[in-house]
Design a binder for this molecule. Structure first.
Ligand SMILES: Cc1cc2nc3c(=O)[nH]c(=O)nc-3n(C[C@H](O)[C@H](O)[C@H](O)COP(=O)(O)OP(=O)(O)OC[C@H]3O[C@@H](n4cnc5c(N)ncnc54)[C@H](O)[C@@H]3O)c2cc1C
Length: 402
């Protein structure tokens, strides 16, 4: 006996849970299928210690979903972004005033966003089926049938639209043989909270160093979240440095703009790659978030892009009577593909251009940074791209509920 749902979302991470929250008042029968244990005490791995720079468009999306107030109470606004290239003349300074926005973005923990989403889901009619193993999927033009095991128990479900939001190692894609292309940057991101001598003045710093990009995101008081990209071959050394050694190397790379680096918290390492799902013709299946595109965190765009996937897909689901139909899924691609391509290319360009010390490239990127700084039109366009505001203007991006 199949249990029927209008929509089944595989993966209750930040993207899958956001989609479910966005659709909770539509009257659709929705289930989230999650491999990890799901409770307020034991959250899915998506809600980890990472600190996320949410773009202005993401703030709008959470406003439309209805949990921005909770997230904002734990967020630090970014009012300026300072971009520089270590040891070279190029730099650029972006300000919220130029964009006519209260902030360019907001810094908040992935765990805090996840908990806000969990609370919203708890008070909704959405079923969370966890922890389960997804074992089989059969998709045809009429419906999708899936099989799950929960301990010894086998369960079968049927839906009109299956949404793969199950992250970079997507089991849905594996079972349906949906192809992807990927590139291993041979880099690892080290994240940690750091305490600085001076206050950051709500400025986010993006510094391209000889070892790789280094970002400092403003947190409460004089704390910042560090995302430091290092070569994969150096990661063992970096992780075994004492705190004093780590702070000394960091100071060398970042300089003294914020005074002395005083303290560093727990360090966590994330291997980095670029992955993009190829277009597929499996009926009634759509892939979103990190399952569709896994990005280098250099410009903090991964979740922001995933949330715009959510905004466009939620709009399609509520516009079309049959959300899994070919026409509906084509509309989703028309709205979302240009945004995905632009972000993937821009992120990759930044990583490649700033991870290379060939002289012509160094000169070109420094001229690029100087031009960006001196041409307000270029700056405004760049800010619109980084804040996500040039994406399809769905209801959620306008801050309106679905
Ligand atoms: C160091 C670092 C810094 C970052 N900083 C930023 C930033 O500043 N701004 C930004 O926008 N983005 C940032 N990102 C990217 C962001 O973290 C991701 O894009 C985002 O978390 C992706 O969410 P997701 O829900 O798509 O995928 P995931 O977080 O991977 O969640 C997938 C979910 O699916 C579940 N799942 C997996 N397999 C199955 C299965 N077989 N069945 C059922 N469920 C399954 C998992 O348990 C999980 O809950 C950063 C990433 C890194 C690594």
């Amino acid at each position: 006996m199949f249990i029927y749902y209008d929509l089944i979302i595989v993966g209750g991470g930040l993207v899958g849970a956001s989609l479910a929250c966005a659709l909770r008042h539509t009257g659709l029968k929705i289930a989230i299928i999650e491999v990890a244990t799901w409770s307020q005490q034991k959250t899915p791995p998506s809600y980890d210690d990472k600190v996320i720079a949410l773009s202005y468009a993401s703030k709008q999306i959470f406003t439309g979903i209805g949990n921005w107030q909770t997230i904002e109470s734990q967020a630090t606004p970014i009012r300026q972004i300072h971009i520089s290239d270590q040891g070279h003349f190029g730099f650029s300074h972006l300000s919220h005033q130029l964009a006519n926005l209260p902030a360019l973005g907001y810094v908040v923990g992935a765990r805090q966003i996840g908990q806000a989403l969990q609370t919203t889901l708890k008070n909704s009619a959405i079923d969370i089926i966890a922890p389960v193993q997804l074992t089989q999927i059969h998709a045809n033009t009429q419906q999708v049938e899936i099989m799950l095991t929960q301990g010894e128990q086998l369960q079968t479900f049927q839906t009109r639209l299956l949404i793969a939001a199950d992250g970079g190692q997507s089991q849905v894609k594996h079972l349906l043989d949906i192809q992807q292309q990927q590139y291993d940057y041979q880099q690892t991101a080290v994240i940690a909270n750091v305490t600085l001598e001076k206050h950051h003045q709500n400025t986010a710093y993006e510094r391209f160093t000889r070892t790789g990009p280094l970002a400092l995101l403003p947190l409460q008081e004089n704390h910042c979240s560090l995302v430091w990209t290092v070569k994969r071959s150096d990661i063992k050394t970096v992780m075994t440095w004492s705190d004093a050694q780590f702070l000394q190397h960091l100071q060398q790379q970042f300089g003294w703009r914020l005074g002395k680096f005083l303290k560093v918290g727990k360090r966590t390492a994330y291997p980095l790659r670029l992955m993009q799902t190829k277009s597929h013709d499996v009926p009634r299946v759509v892939v979103i978030g990190n399952a569709a595109h896994t990005l280098h965190p250099v410009s903090g765009q991964g979740l922001n892009l995933g949330l715009r996937d959510v905004a466009s897909l939620a709009e399609v689901i509520t516009t079309y009577g049959d959300a899994g139909s070919r026409a509906a899924l084509q509309q989703y691609q028309i709205w979302q593909q240009p945004d995905q391509q632009q972000v993937i290319h821009l992120t990759d360009l930044l990583v490649q251009a700033f991870s290379n010390n060939l002289l012509p490239l160094v000169v070109a990127r420094n001229i690029g940074l100087s031009l960006l700084d001196s041409l307000p039109i270029l700056k405004k366009r760049f800010i619109r791209q980084m804040t996500g505001l040039n994406a399809h203007s769905s209801r959620l991006i306008r801050g309106l509920p679905i």
